[in-house]
Design a protein around this ligand. Structure first.
Ligand code: AMP
Ligand code: ZN
Ligand code: FE
Ligand code: FE
Length: 296
């Protein structure tokens, strides 16, 4: 551990990224090629509510030389607030409670997307087919970014970000929620699936609100393993507040880019996780799912 902590030998580890299996714009192989170009040694694939991309990781690792941490960004909801949890090194099998919850969330995401498109189409020229043509494949987990891309294609807005601020925002007239489990049951399900749970970008969850300390405390009691402290949506003060919370509660501290390809400004490697934290994650996981390393 002391050897690995030497900054001279430090590995560059990014524990949060998306591919075309959810709302990223690069496929898994291109994602890892870009990770190599960004100088990363390790990248976690954390598509929303799916493990569909995991089967492509072994090839991507050998082609790129970048190690992969199989992961998921699990959707959950607390008090009408969307809460994201990174599930690292979980058991991917369909028999877990986690898989059941994610399947339910994905089905609801589809209904919700149709409903939102119906509402938006009253005021803007988009149809369900336009959204479908933005979705990579049948198993892709659909989200608002795909609706955003259809709106860009139709010339309604210049880019995804504008689509979110002008049309897709939660407080707007077209927003429809989707089913997601409570963060407490998600944390429990991730633990039961032998994985490591990390609260993703909690600062952006609380952007319009005070930090819901009570929520964080109760997730820690439920068995939360870590917090994604280093993330572009956290300001300097917020980052320090979260770091202090994580330290005082003995939680793992991670960082990640939340890369979505061209769908967001986030760049691979812009936030990193310390090597000793990745070691602790690997040691804590009991699922049998391992980090995939080049050459072995
Ligand atoms: P959904 O899961 O369908 O509610 O959509 C949430 C996703 O939209 C998140 O994964 C974000 O990455 C993405 N998103 C949220 N806000 C923005 C934004 N302003 N610009 C681009 N993508 C965004
Ligand atoms: Zn996303
Ligand atoms: Fe997220
Ligand atoms: Fe994400």
């Amino acid at each position: 551990m002391s050897e690995r902590s030497d900054p001279g030998s430090s590995q560059r580890i990014d524990l949060h990224s998306h591919s075309t299996w959810s709302d990223g714009t690069t496929d898994v192989s291109e994602l890892f090629a870009q990770a190599r170009a960004a100088g990363l040694d390790v990248l976690a694939l954390t598509d929303h509510d799916t493990v569909a991309g995991w089967s492509e990781l072994a090839d991507a690792v050998s082609a790129s030389g970048v190690a992969a941490v199989p992961g998921i960004e699990v959707s959950s909801e607390a008090d009408s607030r969307s809460v994201h949890l990174l599930a690292l090194l979980v058991d991917p099998s369909a028999e877990t409670a986690l898989a059941t919850e994610m399947a339910r969330a994905c089905a609801s995401r589809e209904d919700r997307a149709r409903h939102m498109v119906e509402l938006i189409s009253a005021d803007h020229p988009i149809r369900w087919e336009d959204v479908q043509s933005q979705v990579a494949g049948e198993s892709t987990v659909i989200g608002r970014p795909h609706i955003a891309d259809a709106l860009v294609e139709a010339g309604v807005v210049p880019d995804r970000s504008a689509a979110f601020t002008e049309i897709l925002r939660p407080a707007g007239p077209y927003y429809v929620p989707y089913y997601a489990p409570s963060p407490h049951s998600a944390v429990r399900a991730i633990g039961e699936a032998g994985g490591v749970s990390v609260l993703a970008h909690p600062g952006s969850v609380t952007r319009d609100d005070d930090l819901p300390l009570a929520l964080l405390e109760s997730l820690v009691e439920e068995g939360l393993d870590g917090i994604e402290v280093d993330h572009r949506e956290h300001g300097a003060e917020e980052t320090e507040r979260l770091r202090e919370f994580a330290r005082s509660h003995d939680l793992l501290i991670t960082g990640g880019s939340d890369f979505h390809g061209t769908g967001k400004p986030n760049q691979l490697g812009e936030n990193l996780t310390a090597p000793e934290v990745l070691e602790a994650i690997a040691a804590r996981a009991t699922s049998g799912t391992r980090i995939l390393r080049p050459g072995g």
